[in-house]
Design a protein. Structure first.
Length: 108
C-alpha cells in the first residue's frame, strides 16, 4: 500500500540519484521517481512547481537542482517498472567504428 509523503524535499536536503521510471498504480501514468534501494520504496519526482515528471529526459533537461521529491510513495513490488529511456532510438558508435564497418562490408 502506498505511503503518504506530504513533504517536498529538495535535492539540497537529500541527495538522490537512483532514478526509476514506473507506472503509477493510482493513475496508470508513467512517472519518474527516486528509488530508495534500502527500503525498496519509490518517491515521485516533481518540478519545483509540483508538476510530476513523466520522463527521464525531463530530469536531464532541467537538472536535479530543479526537482523535488513528493507525493505518494510506492513499494517497488506495487508498481510496474518501465524502461528508463524510451521513445527514441539509442545509437552508440565506438572509436573503432571504421574498422568494424570495413570488416562487415568485406564479410559479404
Amino acid at each position: 500500500m502506498a505511503a503518504s509523503n506530504g513533504d517536498l524535499v529538495s535535492p539540497q536536503d537529500k541527495q538522490f540519484s537512483n532514478y526509476v521510471a514506473y507506472r503509477c498504480p493510482a493513475s496508470a501514468k508513467a512517472r519518474i521517481g527516486h528509488l530508495d534501494s534500502t527500503n525498496n520504496v519509490i518517491t515521485p519526482l516533481n518540478y519545483a512547481s509540483g508538476t510530476p515528471l513523466t520522463s527521464l529526459y525531463e530530469v536531464i533537461e532541467v537538472g536535479p537542482q530543479n526537482l523535488r521529491l513528493g507525493g505518494e510513495q510506492w513499494k517497488v513490488s506495487e508498481v510496474k517498472l518501465l524502461p528508463p529511456i524510451s521513445g527514441r532510438d539509442v545509437l552508440a558508435v565506438g572509436k573503432n567504428y571504421a574498422e568494424h564497418a570495413r570488416e562487415f562490408n568485406s564479410s559479404g
